[in-house]
Ligand binder design. Structure first.
Ligand code: DGT
Ligand code: CA
Ligand code: CA
Ligand code: ZN
Length: 572
């Protein structure tokens, strides 16, 4: 359920897009004012929708059309009208609208008169003095725009790893069509599996850099070239993402792979170790004086520094060198280790697929067990389950168990932790469940002590198995709650409860650092998908990356166990 602020942001975006398209000024203003009204509303839109005696049109300034749009948005989480608008306007143009001080009207003039469709083109046009010649623009405007571009670039959101992955795979497939490409890899933060990626860094081994770059330049989604040299090149894609390409020969490939994978902090430690040994390391290899010692493979370079090969997710200059020196690098958990998925939804609440469809999809993915965890009744917008409906779903699970083989279907629930503390369903109901995962969806802005107390209260309940998305953060969109994770972990340890690593690419909650902290506390992690449709089951691999970055092994992750073992672990 979107918050008032989220609804307001959507209405505001609709206003921007309508204005950009030159829509009627009254219409634009209706959305703009509507956004402000909802943003300033002292109570939640949801409360009004829930109350049958009231209507959104009762709010002054919200007409019938707007009320319908808001209701659609509130109940489905998306707005088809906005999607339509977005489809008509190229993604790169949207970046223009976000430049402080430019605004949709001026952006539209630039787009129509000068054909400017992205930030690089706009910057070039300003610098060439073309913008000041337009009606309604001046030299001063040009300067303001240039400053705005800089600001916008800084504020430019890093993209989710999952989105970067889709682009990276397309780029690699494209590069594989070039006969001059020998080895190739996406390096940088992407290879380290960071939750967000600033830009993509592609490394290619080839003895014909020109041919590789010419081929790369034909990638269809390139919006503009940022620069090109003899062996390197940078472009911006239509989506706004920058891609750096570097071409090296075979002798340097391992050294360059190491260098460009980073992190920078990891590289700095490597350089220090090289220096200690009278060696020099750079992206071309490892050298004694001017003699090339190694560089074809990453392993060779690490070996020259008396180190084992270190998995990229660990390369953050955290504990990897300490572990490597003690010959104690963790054997990181892998997707293939995962046996079950313990958080998913069905059409009984806000899922898109039925119980049967989710089970079939889990079987296809070779999962050995799944827990069905629809929302509890407090989440009214999602049609959360009360005891009666939950028991009806469990009866259905009983029937399906008879006709299903190869997979265990667990009776679960995602039970809300109430604002005032306590759980949304009675203990006697929870006692009948195989698996209870608890989460905070309301009262997220409470002070630290209160929200921590609520979560620990759930952990103390003997029927509870795990805490879902323990900090509630949404990457780039919503800060974590003020929760004291240290206290939560201590409680989880004391009561033998699990903490979730929610694999949704927008959540990845717990994050890598918190996963490592949980391990230090002796708390096991359960990596779950929180799937709301069948394909949602595929996000597990993003959670695995985050767990790897946290240094987790198979043993640290509860759902690598059989259900019988896991059940014992949580004392059920
Ligand atoms: P990002 O793009 O912000 O998500 O993060 P990275 O890690 O991909 O950073 P990026 O693209 O600036 O550079 C790629 C790698 O190149 C980086 O991880 C390490 C290496 N690198 C870049 N600049 C430096 C530097 O000044 N010193 C060292 N030692 N390495 C660098
Ligand atoms: Ca990068
Ligand atoms: Ca880069
Ligand atoms: Zn959920």
């Amino acid at each position: 359920m979107p918050s008032n602020a989220e609804i307001a942001a959507v209405l505001d975006q609709v206003a921007d897009l309508l204005e950009f398209e030159g829509a009627n000024a009254f219409r634009v203003r209706a959305y703009r004012n509507g956004g402000r009204t909802i943003g300033d509303l002292p109570e939640s839109v949801q409360a009004i929708l829930d109350d049958e005696s009231r209507q959104l049109t009762d709010i002054s300034g919200i007409g019938k059309d707007l009320a319908e749009k808001i209701e659609t948005l509130a109940t489905t989480g998306s707005l088809p009208f906005l999607e339509e608008l977005l489809e008509r306007i190229p993604e790169s143009v949207l970046a223009l609208l976000r430049i402080p001080g430019l605004g949709p009207k001026k952006a539209a003039v630039l787009y129509r008169e000068l054909n400017i469709a992205n930030l690089d083109q706009l910057k070039a046009a300003c610098e060439a003095g073309e913008v000041r010649q337009l009606k309604g623009f001046a030299a001063k405007t040009e300067q303001a725009i240039l400053e705005g571009i800089e600001l916008a670039a800084k504020a430019n959101e890093r993209i989710y790893w999952a989105k970067a992955d889709a682009i990276a795979q397309a780029l690699l497939t494209h590069l594989d069509g070039c006969p001059a490409v020998q080895r190739r890899e996406v390096t940088g933060s992407y290879r380290r599996g960071r939750e967000t990626v600033g830009d993509l860094d592609i490394l290619v081994e080839s003895d014909d850099a020109t041919a590789v770059m010419d081929h790369f330049d034909e990638f269809p989604d390139i919006a503009s070239q940022i620069g090109r040299g003899d062996t390197k090149m940078s472009v911006r894609l239509e989506s706004g993402l920058q891609v750096d390409l570097r071409v090296v020969d075979a002798d340097a490939y391992g050294a360059a792979l190491l260098y460009f994978t980073g992190s920078k902090a990891h590289n700095i430690v490597l350089r220090g170790r090289a220096k200690d040994r009278g060696l020099k390391i750079n992206e071309y290899g490892i050298f004694r004086d001017d003699e090339y010692l190694a560089g074809r493979e990453e392993e060779d370079v690490y070996r020259a520094l008396d180190l084992p090969w270190i998995p990229p997710p660990l390369r953050e200059a955290r504990r990897e060198f300490e572990w490597a020196d003690a010959d104690d690098l963790p054997k990181l958990v892998e997707l293939a280790d995962i046996r079950g998925d313990l958080h998913m939804h069905t059409t009984a609440t806000d899922g898109k697929h039925t119980l049967e469809e989710m089970i079939a999809a889990a079987q296809q993915r070779k999962l050995k067990y799944i827990a069905i965890t629809d929302h509890s009744k407090r989440v009214s917008m999602a049609g959360g389950l009360d005891a009666k409906r939950l028991r009806a779903q469990w009866a259905e699970i009983d029937r399906l168990r008879e006709s299903t083989s190869g997979i265990q279907i667990l009776k679960g629930i995602e039970c809300d932790i109430l604002e005032k503390g306590g759980l949304d369903l009675d203990d006697e109901v929870l006692a009948e469940a195989d698996w209870v995962v608890c989460s905070v969806h309301y009262g997220q802005n409470q002070p630290q002590e209160q929200i921590t107390r609520r979560i620990i209260g759930a952990i103390e309940n003997p029927h509870v198995s795990a805490i879902a998305h323990p900090t509630g953060r949404l990457i780039n969109r919503r800060k974590p709650y003020a929760v004291d994770l240290d206290a939560v972990m201590a409680a989880a340890r004391e009561h033998g409860k699990l903490l979730e690593l929610n694999s949704n690419p927008a959540r990845l909650d717990l994050d890598d650092v918190a996963c490592a902290a949980a391990k230090a506390h002796g708390v096991k992690i359960v990596i779950s998908t929180d799937a709301h449709h069948t394909e949602g089951l595929d996000v597990m691999r993003y959670g695995i990356l985050q767990a790897q970055r946290g240094g987790l092994t198979k043993n640290d992750v509860a759902n690598t166990r059989t259900w019988a073992q896991l059940r014992k672990l949580i004392g059920h």
